[in-house]
Design a protein around this ligand. Structure first.
Ligand code: GDP
Length: 181
């Protein structure tokens, strides 16, 4: 079954976003605590496709060894997964481009893994700041990629971007039916 994975730095708002997309509160647990998602969680949607909740990267409070081990595990998972249609790389729209996010995108590019950019928490600041950070991120990617991937600006708080993301998944997977509550 087709899979759509979501990944990003700890606390980027991944659980909240997954909740928003699947429309069922509490399905992916949200937490104030960074690094809570420690396992790869699958959510079967409409018995047709999976949302794959990948653990956050860049969690500063774990040891270097366990971080490296974890990274290896995620990277192996991503590169081996044949049913993986697209990875949504979640980026905090409040921040200027972060090296760790850029490097992860570069790595996906090297491995030729399709990905999209998904900016989170857009309700937290004005649209000008969001646009500035999004543009700066794309510019950075432009140093490496000829074509910039699909970009979504979202707010799990306000529900922004939900339809666009679901429609995009629908376009990648023709059998897709938007989940109902
Ligand atoms: P995860 O660690 O990436 O899964 O992040 P969570 O979904 O647990 O969110 C981390 C924190 O950011 C929580 O306190 C959320 O309530 C908050 N948060 C997540 N998404 C949004 C958003 O779109 N807007 C706002 N204002 N807060 C958000």
């Amino acid at each position: 079954m087709p899979e759509y994975a979501f990944i990003g730095r700890s606390n980027v708002g991944k659980s909240s976003l997954i909740n928003m997309l699947v429309n069922q509160h509490g399905l992916a647990k949200t937490s104030q605590r960074p690094g809570k998602t420690q396992l790869i969680n699958h959510f079967l949607i409409n018995e047709k496709w999976y949302i794959v909740d990948l653990p956050g990267y860049g969690y500063a409070k774990v040891s270097k060894t366990s971080r490296e081990k974890w990274e290896k595990f995620i990277r192996a998972y991503i590169t081996k997964r044949e049913s993986l249609q697209c990875i949504f790389v979640l980026i905090d729209s409040r921040l200027e481009p972060q090296q760790i996010d850029i490097e992860f995108c570069y790595w996906l590019g090297e491995k030729q893994i399709p990905f999209s950019l998904l900016f989170t928490k857009a309700d937290k600041q004005g649209m000008t700041t969001t646009q500035k950070n999004v543009a700066a991120f794309k510019k950075k990617l432009g140093e490496f990629f000829e074509e910039i991937p699909a970009t979504f600006i979202t707010s799990a708080e306000k529900g922004n971007g939900k339809d666009d993301v679901l429609q995009f998944i629908g376009e990648v997977n023709q059998d897709f039916v938007v989940p109902t509550e």
